[in-house]
Design a protein around this ligand. Structure first.
Ligand code: GLC
Length: 501
């Protein structure tokens, strides 16, 4: 066969193989029905220990001890700290009492050595957080140190957003169940993260700061959304109600308000006490990243299995997140490309795996940001894709390869957005929110870079909601709102609630 014919043959084979992969990533209405039904079942099991013998790999459904929604009239100045994926933020938040707030903040990237090294200790991590807090106080509130030790010095109330699964026993205490996303520090597991942070604040001369509330980023986003909007009228004159807070960023997760009487995992005396105080609902942090860890209904390709088993720090857990969140979309594409290369279908100029550019061989080096550029590339000959691959991976590509890469990108992101619709539809159905009030309009406060920046992500999610059991009618009544930076402000709202409770 001539070289030209061989080349054409390889092109055809690549396209045919990508056709097959595309099919494995597709999700239709039937799958959405299954996923939604299974999610409702998982929520019930997670709330009620009697329904499942061992729920250790099930949906965590964590009670947060947040029992009310802000209405926007709250006032006060509070501190907030937020440990998310790759950054730590420390802020002072002024809640103005009119649905608005002002923030002063210091954002720091978590140093690589705290992420990569298996030998890092909790003390090192929390000491870093305390040192950044000190730097923030020095810069924005130097009077705090000037007044340190003086009689009558008031303590500063801090809310701590810690966006990992914790076993929460009260509004201000919780022990880490397991790390997700980027951290691996073993000795934090099972420890109270508020105590660890408070200890370091004290040791670094900041005992005037008291951490009074612990929250998750989804809960923070939900509370901030409530604070900013309250119950408010939509354009049709309907009152719409905030129902879900969710994140689609490095990780993915969601929270909602559940009836306290349904939260059977709460000790009976706690449940009765709350009910006798007139509390009816509590925010539940679902930790939906861990939905269907048993893979009963989750669509699974060999790439998903490899990423979970060989490349992630928590194999067997957070399998939904590994198909949906921003941390994994680029990694899925990278795994597909390496596989296609191993079968001589793509990038054939590199004869062996070893010869591939280093960045393509390195896990998590292909970022979701690159995918977002390829997703909407309509330049001639997919020039934008060519440049993105050259810049990010030092990888030259042919036009046919780029066409196929674009198809892969689009099907990976679409699977993510379609999967994302299932827990949302499930929560709306379980809570009956779409049928409360006359027209049942609901709001979802969402944050994270997929929702904010990934081209078409929100429309794909909406499309999937319309295909899900809530149908086009439910989709129309669901208002997906960006609640930017909600996770940090929410910690301040929690701290306010805690200090006035
Ligand atoms: C991961 C964490 C979860 C967090 C989410 C979004 O799934 O386990 O707590 O809310 O990421 O940051």
């Amino acid at each position: 066969m001539s070289f030209e014919n061989l080349h054409k043959e390889t092109e055809k084979l690549l396209t045919a193989e990508v056709d097959k992969i595309v099919t494995q990533f597709e999700i239709g209405p039937e799958k959405l029905d299954q996923l939604t039904a299974h999610f409702i079942e998982a929520m019930e099991k997670g709330l009620n220990p009697d329904l499942s013998k061992d729920n250790s790999r099930g949906l965590p459904m964590i009670p947060t001890y947040v029992t009310g929604k802000p209405n926007g009239l709250e006032q006060g100045i509070l501190m907030a700290a937020d440990l998310g994926g790759s950054h730590f933020r420390v802020c002072s938040v002024k809640l103005n009492g009119d649905h608005t707030f002002t923030i002063e903040q210091l954002k720091s990237k978590i140093p690589e050595e705290l992420l990569d090294d298996d030998n890092v200790t909790s003390e090192e991590l929390f000491s870093f957080l305390a040192r950044r807090t000190r730097a923030f106080i020095k810069k924005f509130h130097p009077e705090v140190f000037a007044n340190a030790g003086k009689p009558n010095q008031e303590s500063l109330k801090m809310g701590f957003t810690f966006s990992y699964p914790v076993d929460q026993k009260s509004l201000s205490h919780g022990t880490l169940i397991r790390w997700t996303k980027v951290f691996k520090i073993k000795d934090t597991i099972g420890k109270d993260v508020v105590e660890l942070f408070q200890q370091q604040l004290d040791d670094h001369g900041m005992d005037m700061i008291r951490i009074v509330a612990l929250t998750n980023d989804t809960v923070g986003t939900f509370l901030t959304h409530c604070y900013q909007t309250g119950d408010h009228e939509t354009m049709t004159g309907e009152i719409s109600e905030p129902v879900i807070g969710c994140i689609f960023g490095t990780g993915t997760n969601g929270c909602y308000m559940e009836k306290i009487e349904n939260i059977k995992k709460l000790p009976e005396d706690t449940r009765n006490k709350l009910l006798s105080e007139g509390k009816t609902h509590m925010v539940i942090n679902t930790e939906w990243g861990s939905f269907d860890n048993e893979c009963k209904v989750l669509p699974t390709t060999k790439y998903d299995i490899d990423i979970d088993q060989k490349l992630s720090s928590n194999p067997g857990f957070h399998l939904f997140e590994k198909r949906v969140s921003g941390m994994f979309l680029g990694e899925i594409l990278r795994n597909v490309l390496v596989d296609l290369h191993s079968r001589n279908l793509i990038l054939t100029q590199y004869r062996t795996h070893d010869q591939l550019p280093h960045r393509l061989k390195t896990p998590f080096q292909l970022s979701t940001e690159v995918l977002s550029r390829i997703e909407i590339d309509d330049s001639s000959n997919l020039r934008e894709t060519e440049l993105s691959f050259l810049q990010s991976l030092r990888l030259p590509t042919s036009l046919n390869e780029r066409k196929n890469i674009q198809r892969l990108v689009r099907v990976i992101s679409r699977r993510s957005a379609y999967l994302a619709a299932a827990p949302i539809a499930a929560i709306l159905i379980k809570t009956g929110s779409l049928h409360q009030r006359y027209h049942g309009e609901v709001e979802i406060g969402a944050d994270g870079y997929l929702i904010e920046y990934y081209p078409g992500y929100r429309s794909m999610l909406r499309h999937a909601l319309a295909l899900s059991p809530i149908g086009t009618d439910g989709e129309r009544k669901t208002h997906l709102k960006l609640s930017k930076d909600g996770s940090t402000t929410g910690a301040a709202l929690c701290a306010l609630v805690a200090s006035t409770a």
